[in-house]
Design a protein around this ligand. Structure first.
Ligand code: SF4
Length: 508
């Protein structure tokens, strides 16, 4: 009966689509139908933006952010149709994207699709994991954890059942490379899922899809039908689970809660999902890009995979270049490529020939690399040394014309908007950070507010329950560290050198 709870989001989505809301009086009926407590139904119906009344305002907020930062919106057209070609890339994972039609199963087979799975099945599962370990593949979703070690934990944890989940809850502002892969080469992702399932001993896999990507479902379902029908996956079934609009569900334990029909609050760790994940069973949750690398390792070998990259970051990085560049897009380059080369060679520099003030990396909870440090290599360790994570590969280039107080405020608003609200330090701390940033941007702050920002950052880092809250003020704090003079001129001189901030207007 507990698996029935997985249907909760779909049931509530259906009600909302029919009635425009989820009426309170239907909650007992839904609870009975799924055999779960009414409180659980109520909690989910009010938690997820797509199911609750806050959906429209949250959507408007996010679309506004996307426009102001000049990044693609999920509603924008199919990526590979008319996407700019970037000569000089090292397209390994993206090799077939935009070249073959995913509906043409035979063409993909002829181009090597599912060959990695065939090779994997000739090996023992532990040999597959050993090959991944030798390749040095690290997760591409943000944490950069060893893929092989995650699989090994799931494989060796005693259980009757195991699960594999592809995390496509891609919610970072300006990051749409997972969507690009799912549109351009879903076969590579499904093949990676199948190899993971074989390696850990699972017969059930899921694609956890961001709700804003629901328009991909008809195509993905058609591809899955082709793949299942071909028998290439053996007994493995892959299902699509559509999320319901909460950014925090990109965090793997929040994702698991949402799949179990609960509000998407992160869980305490340990146990880690590879030990006790979906329904308490060992579960591998891997990002889209991570899984897409796996068949290439099996097909071409560990040495081939690690023949490019750096000592700690092997292979290629798939990046989503956006913001104030002339030519935004998804590109694939060897790990270790200088960031400035990515911006100038592929992005063609900044619009209007302007200079670069900073690059925002690692998603909305990431940080900033200032314009005088752009020689940093694109790698996990390179970005970490520069004080800003690589994350899932989103890069928002910020031109010299932008106001960094306004940039910090936008990211502060995002953190407040997307906090799941489950713990007080994050719920209250993100709201207070946003409030201070608004005050600074309107010339209503005092010097002490900068100290307050710093101490709020420390409090969030040390007292928040999960990585979201711990990282929530990172962009604002990085802006303050690198561009303090701008903050001070807003406070003391009531001026914004970029002419972006207005010092009049209503209180927020
Ligand atoms: S830190 Fe934020 S996102 Fe994480 S549990 Fe607390 S309120 Fe939720």
């Amino acid at each position: 009966m507990k698996e029935k709870a997985s249907e909760l989001l779909d049931v509530l989505r259906g009600i909302r689509q029919r009635l425009g809301k989820v009426p309170q009086e239907l909650i007992p009926q839904v609870a009975r139908q799924l055999g779960i407590p009414e409180a659980q139904v109520h909690s989910s119906a009010t938690f997820y933006p797509e199911l609750s009344d806050k959906g429209p305002s949250r959507d408007a907020f996010e679309r506004g952010l996307e426009q102001r930062f000049r990044v693609l919106s999920p509603a924008d057209p199919v990526v590979w149709n008319g996407a700019p070609d970037f000569p000089g890339q090292t397209r390994r994972v993206l090799a077939r994207c935009g070249v073959l039609d995913p509906m043409d199963f035979n063409a993909f087979r002829a181009a090597g699709a599912y060959e990695g799975l065939r090779i994997a099945r000739k090996k023992k599962p532990e040999e597959v994991i050993a090959q991944l370990e030798a390749s040095g593949l690290r997760g591409r979703g943000g944490a950069g954890f060893s893929t092989a070690r995650k699989w090994q934990t799931a494989r060796t944890t005693p259980a009757d059942q195991r699960f594999v989940i592809c995390n496509a809850a891609e919610g970072d502002l300006g990051a749409w490379m997972d969507r690009a892969l799912l549109e351009g080469d879903p076969h590579l992702v499904f093949e990676g899922l199948a190899i993971a399932a074989y390696a850990i001993g699972s017969s059930k896999a899921f694609l956890y899809l961001r709700s804003e990507y629901s328009h991909l479902i008809p195509r993905l379902e058609t591809v899955l039908k082709l793949v299942h029908g071909s028998g290439v996956l053996g007994g493995l079934r892959i299902e699509i689970f559509l999320a319901a609009g909460a950014y925090v569900c990109g965090e793997e334990t929040a994702l698991l809660n949402s799949m179990e029909g609960s509000a998407g609050h992160p869980r305490m760790r340990p146990p880690f999902p590879a030990q006790a994940g979906l329904w308490g069973m060992p579960t591998v949750v891997n990002n889209v890009k991570t899984l897409a690398h796996v068949p290439l390792v099996l097909r071409n070998g560990s040495e081939w995979f690690s023949s490019i990259g750096t000592r700690s970051s092997k292979g290629t990085a798939i990046l989503c270049l956006g913001g104030d560049v002339v030519q935004p897009g998804v590109i694939e380059v060897p790990m270790g490529t200088p960031l400035i080369d990515v911006i100038t060679n592929f992005g063609k520099g900044v619009r209007g020939g302007k200079g670069i003030k900073a690059v925002q990396t690692g998603g909305p909870l990431g940080a900033l690399i200032p314009g005088d440090r752009l020689d940093v290599p694109v790698s996990f360790e390179g970005f970490a040394t520069a004080g800003s994570p690589l994350g899932s590969g989103g890069l928002i280039v910020i031109s010299e014309e932008r106001c960094m107080v306004a940039v910090a405020r936008e990211f502060g608003s995002f953190a407040r908007e997307e906090s799941c609200g489950n713990c007080a330090p994050c719920r209250l701390g993100t709201a207070r950070v946003e409030e201070v940033l608004w005050a600074i941007s309107r010339g209503k702050a005092v010097s002490e507010d900068l100290e307050i920002l710093d101490s709020l950052g420390e409090m969030l880092k040390s007292a928040s329950f999960c990585a979201f809250g711990q990282s929530a003020p990172s962009v604002a704090l990085a802006a303050l560290r690198y561009f303090r003079a701008e903050f001070e001129s807003h406070i003391h001189a009531k001026t914004c050198a970029s002419g972006v901030c207005s010092f009049e207007g209503e209180e927020k």
